[in-house]
Write a protein that binds this ligand. Structure first.
Ligand code: SF4
Length: 444
């Protein structure tokens, strides 16, 4: 049984700007960039280029043990281990697979929670998050011009109410993991892939404080922020499991898992920098979704384009009255404030701001709501598109799914009004992996 190790947000976060450990004798390497690694190695009398070698091993070869870093001399590896350094990359501890191919992972993250008891098991409550792998994506990147064609849904759409069975596949970290780095590469090559493109949905916090009324994650409350290494490490753990080949496979990242990324801004952006500079992913294939944290959007607008993901705003309602009822955060930052902040984000050519819109049966899915949303977006003057998400049910959440007819009508009204509109497919609903369903539902 899972027990909460930490009840509220932890202020004990690993430092991002130095190679010094957060506390105690465990010193996580994963999360430090090449510059920080080089600075530390220089300090202990090594050439600074060893930092690049170490970063390559962590972020390109995906090692999980210091001893696997064959580019470093054995004596140096031993010295690092003796100093208490460990790789400490997040590890997949449970896998749930949907009939549509989606996988939901329970991932153990330990390096950001130094306050936990030293003998706590890795899956203790505040040290696990959920990450989702969606082969062929969910259609949310339609209109983004990232793959040269609009996506057509080819996966089976799961029936309503197919949410009772949790399929636990294994607690093993994945194909090739556990083998020496060189053999892992061969294994990845021979592994036959059934997907041509994929999306990873990444968590930024354990739980969430925003309290959107339709979301299962909100029921957890906020347990703690994740560190940069823990956020980027989810991506690397899943890439390793799936044998993703950089430059060959089309991989999108969406920061739409557990938590509000802009309430953990520094660690979230540090993770993006790691993923871009060290792991080698493109920020143009990353989208961060915010519930509408205006100071976060304003900071985000200042980020350099070569490091900035695309922005999605969870609008979810046609006006302030409805939005406040389903997203209490709207009292603090109402819709006009979100639009104003979004206007200050400098966009790349062809880039659009995405408005995510959850259709709640009878609450936000009516034709008059669609007309109001169309007016709102047209008046904003923003280059924007709308991603519709038919609400995914969760236990004890008192909303209804929209009818397929209501979804069609809503989409049609926006399309006729000239708003680019895409329907995100519910991936992994049967394993609680779909939007708003991440609450670490597990089977013991
Ligand atoms: S929808 Fe997102 S921001 Fe809102 S409670 Fe859920 S995880 Fe938090």
């Amino acid at each position: 049984m899972l027990t909460p190790a930490v009840t509220r947000e932890s202020s004990h976060l690993v430092r991002l700007d130095s190679a010094a450990p957060a506390s105690g004798s465990r010193k996580p390497l994963f999360g430090l960039d090449a510059v920080a690694l080089a600075a530390y190695l220089e300090k202990i009398g090594q050439p600074s280029w060893r930092g690049q070698q170490l970063a390559h091993a962590l972020y390109r070869q995906w090692v999980t043990e210091i001893d696997e870093i064959s580019t470093l001399p054995r004596k140096l590896r031993q010295a690092l281990a003796a100093e208490g350094w460990v790789v400490d990359r997040p590890q997949i501890v449970q896998v749930f697979r949907s009939v549509d191919g989606t996988e939901r992972y329970l991932i153990a993250c330990q390096n950001g929670n130094p306050g936990r008891p030293p003998d706590a098991p890795p899956d203790s409550y505040a040290d696990t998050v959920e990450t989702v792998w969606m082969p062929d994506g969910d259609g949310g990147d339609g209109g983004d011009q990232t793959d040269g064609k609009e996506l057509q849904a080819t996966w089976p759409v799961l029936p309503v109410g197919a949410v009772t069975k949790i399929r636990k596949i294994s607690s093993q970290p994945g194909l090739g993991v556990g083998l020496p780095v060189t053999q892992r590469k061969t294994q990845r090559k021979t592994q036959r892939k059934t997907w041509t493109r994929a999306t990873i949905c990444v968590s930024s916090q354990v739980g969430c404080a925003v309290n959107c009324q339709f979301c299962l994650t909100a029921r957890l409350g906020l347990l703690r922020n994740l560190t940069a290494g823990e956020i980027a490490g989810q991506v690397v753990a899943v890439m390793a499991r799936q044998g993703v080949e950089l430059g060959r496979d089309r991989l999108n990242l969406v920061f739409m898992g557990m938590g509000e990324p802009f309430l953990n801004y520094d660690h979230f952006m540090a993770a993006v920098r790691l993923l871009v500079r060290e792991v080698g992913l493109s920020p143009q294939r990353m989208t961060v979704s915010t519930s509408g944290i205006v100071p976060g959007i304003e900071r985000f607008a200042q980020e350099p384009l070569e490091l900035r993901p695309k922005l999605a705003i969870s609008l979810n309602a046609p006006n302030d009255e409805v939005r406040t009822a389903i997203m209490p955060i709207n009292r603090k930052w109402p819709i006009h404030a979100l639009i104003e902040a979004a206007r200050r984000v400098p966009l790349r050519s062809n880039e659009r701001i995405t408005f995510e819109y959850v259709l709640l049966g009878g609450v936000t899915d009516q034709p008059e709501h669609a007309k109001e949303v169309a007016r709102l977006i047209r008046r904003s003057g923003l280059p924007a598109k709308v991603n519709l998400i038919a609400w995914n049910p969760g236990p004890d959440i008192d909303y209804a799914m929209p009818s397929p007819e209501a979804v069609d009508v809503f989409q049609e009204i926006l399309a006729v009004a000239g708003i680019p509109v895409y329907l995100r497919q519910p991936r992994g609903r049967d394993i609680y992996a779909a939007c708003g369903q991440l609450k670490r539902t597990i089977e013991e």
